[in-house]
Design a protein. Structure first.
Length: 314
C-alpha cells in the first residue's frame, strides 16, 4: 500500500453507510459516522451488533468494534482528521454537488473522497470543484451489504488523478474488498447495468405469465446464479463452448442467441401492480429482517465455500 489509512469518515448512515462503518472498524480503522437521523446512535449500535457475528465468521476480530466507531455531530466533525471519506447520501446530483463541496472544504487535503453512488458518475457532481479537489474524488460503488459482498466498482471521474485511483484500490483491498477499476464513466456503472438488464427480462417473463416470481428466483439460484458466482458470464460462456471455447460458442450458438428477442416490461400501472402483488405473495409473509438474515447467511456460505475451493487450488 502506498499510504496508510487510519481514520475513515462515513457520511450517511443508511443500510450501506452502516455496513461500511462496521467493515472499516473491523479492519482496525477509527470510524466517524454522521447522519441527520435522530436515532443515529441507536442505529449504529444495532448495526454493529447485527454485523459483528458475520464479520467474525469471516475471520475478523470484532472484540473492540464499538470502541472504534464514533458518532460525529456533523459533516465537518466527521471528516476533520479523515484519511478517507465514504459518502452514502441520496442519489441526487444536486445533493452530492453540495456535499462534496463541503467535503473538499472541511476534510484534510490528503483525504481520499469516495462516493457509494449507485448510478451517478462523479463527473456529474464535481464540475464546479477546482482541479486539485476533483483529482481526489471518485466512485467506490459497493453491493449490499458491503461488509459481506466483496465487489467495489472503482470509477474515476474525468479529472480524477491516477494516484487517487491507486489509493482507492489499495484502500478497498486493505479492508478485504475486491476492487475493479472501470475506465469509462457510464450511468449505473457495470454491476447495476447488468442487474437492470436481467431484472427487465425477469419482469417481462413474470408479466407474460411464463413463470412466477418465486420460480424465477429458483431458476436463477439453481442455474445461472450458481454458475456466475463461480466463473462469471464470459468464462461460463467460454466453458460452454467445450474444447473450442468461446469461439465455438459464438460461431455455433451465437446466431440463434442473437436472434432471441428480449421482452420489454409493461409501463401499464395495472400490470405493475399485479407484479408487485405477485412478489408480495411470494415473500410478503416474512419480515425484512428475516429475509435479510437468510440472504446474508447464504451469501456467507457461498463466500466460505469459494474460500475453501481457492485454498484447495493453491
Amino acid at each position: 500500500m502506498t499510504r496508510a489509512f487510519r481514520t475513515a469518515a462515513v457520511i450517511g448512515a443508511g443500510t450501506i453507510g452502516l455496513s461500511w462503518a462496521t467493515l472499516f472498524a473491523a479492519h482496525g480503522l477509527t470510524v466517524k459516522v454522521t447522519d441527520p437521523r435522530p436515532d443515529l446512535a441507536e442505529a449504529v449500535a444495532e448495526a454493529l451488533d447485527r454485523n459483528a457475528p458475520q464479520l467474525a465468521a469471516r475471520g475478523l476480530d470484532v472484540t473492540d468494534l464499538a470502541d472504534r466507531v464514533r458518532i460525529a455531530a456533523d459533516v465537518a466533525e466527521a471528516v476533520r482528521d479523515a484519511d478517507v471519506v465514504q459518502e452514502n447520501g441520496p442519489e441526487r446530483v444536486e445533493f452530492k454537488r453540495d456535499l462534496f463541496a463541503t467535503l473538499v472544504r472541511e476534510a484534510p487535503d490528503h483525504a481520499l473522497l469516495l462516493s457509494s453512488s449507485s448510478a451517478i458518475p462523479s463527473s456529474a457532481f464535481t464540475r464546479e470543484l477546482p482541479d486539485e479537489a476533483a483529482a481526489r474524488v471518485l466512485i467506490g460503488h459497493p453491493f449490499n451489504p458491503p461488509h459481506l459482498v466483496p465487489l467495489v466498482e472503482v470509477v474515476p471521474g474525468e479529472r480524477t488523478g491516477e494516484d487517487a485511483v491507486q489509493d482507492a484500490v489499495d484502500f478497498y483491498t486493505s479492508v478485504g474488498r475486491t476492487p475493479v477499476v472501470e475506465r469509462k464513466e457510464i450511468p449505473g456503472f457495470v454491476g447495476n447495468r447488468l442487474q437492470n438488464a436481467l431484472s427487465r427480462e425477469a419482469v417481462y417473463l413474470v408479466e407474460q405469465g411464463v413463470v412466477t416470481p418465486e420460480d424465477l428466483d429458483k431458476v436463477m439460484t439453481n442455474s445461472l446464479g450458481l454458475r456466475w458466482a463461480t466463473v462469471g458470464p464470459f468464462l461460463g460462456a467460454h466453458l460452454g463452448g467445450g474444447p473450442g471455447g468461446y469461439r465455438h460458442l459464438v460461431q455455433h450458438i451465437g446466431t440463434s442467441m442473437r436472434q432471441m428477442e428480449l421482452g420489454m416490461p409493461s409501463q401499464n400501472k395495472e400490470e405493475q401492480e399485479r407484479l408487485i402483488e405477485a412478489v408480495e405473495k411470494a415473500y410478503g409473509s416474512s419480515t425484512y429482517p428475516e429475509l435479510t438474515e437468510t440472504r446474508d447467511r447464504r451469501q456467507l456460505a457461498v463466500l466460505s465455500a469459494l474460500d475453501g475451493a481457492d485454498k484447495e487450488e493453491n
